[in-house]
Design a protein around this ligand. Sequence first.
Ligand SMILES: C[S@@+](CC[C@H](N)C(=O)[O-])C[C@H]1O[C@@H](n2cnc3c(N)ncnc32)[C@H](O)[C@@H]1O
Length: 260
Amino acid sequence: MHISFLKEKNPCFFEKVMHNNYCYSHEDCDQALLKRSRFIRDYLKGFNKASNIPNKFYISNLIKSSMSIYGQMQEEKLMGFIRACMDSPSGDLVEIGSAWGRSSFALLNLSVYYDIGTLICIDSWNEKISVEQKSELTSSQLMQMNWDNMFDSFIVNMSNTISNNCNYIREISNKAIDKYEDSVIFTNEFGRSKVTNKIAILHIDANHNIEAVFNDIKIWSKYLVNNAWVIFDDYEWVYGDGPKNCCRSYREIIKPIYWG
Ligand SMILES: C[S@@+](CC[C@H](N)C(=O)[O-])C[C@H]1O[C@@H](n2cnc3c(N)ncnc32)[C@H](O)[C@@H]1O
């Protein structure tokens, strides 16, 4: 509906505007973002809590700053994030699979905007974990990536004035839950963060194999508060149906949000 309409009207919007910016002045780029933000606001007006929609300047800044971070999140998911945060209960935000921090940055920004709670990013940042899963990249490409550098980039990207609302656990999802159960998470980079153990938004974007997605939802869903949001990455995915099957199985108890 609105999303596909936007795609038709603006194919490869981001690539055109941001990546080929030799075609555009900085001001043209910002004007294009503002125009784009008006479309996003129109899309969001179709939902409850429409009075909560951020203005076009905030949305433009959110797109510009998140998309400047290397990563895989596309703009549709950013719209989904805004939609979820507009109507989110209070509590922790937990992201499983953060990589360089593109989606983490967007969630952190929105969490502060809507005063939702602390963001905890969970990722092993370890090539041995990542080669176990189906992926757009081959095992050798994954092994060649420098995962410590990826982790450093994550820290750089999340180190700003709002980072006291965020922390991370460098573990696989199964093990991270033990640390999450402590009510305080401490890291050298971000210090101490209090968590409530009540999850308002759960973003699952780690290993997309079906057993792994089921495992993530199984172990983390016990912390979901009433009306929490669960966001599955890659619902439609050429490499497998893990997120889709898992999401469908939980359809009775969780609200669908992102179907692309
Ligand atoms: C698709 S990337 C995340 C992309 C990121 N959300 C973004 O917006 O760019 C998947 C990440 O999940 C992590 N990962 C894979 N399996 C994991 C597991 N079992 N526990 C924790 N992290 C895992 C990988 O290290 C990788 O960084």
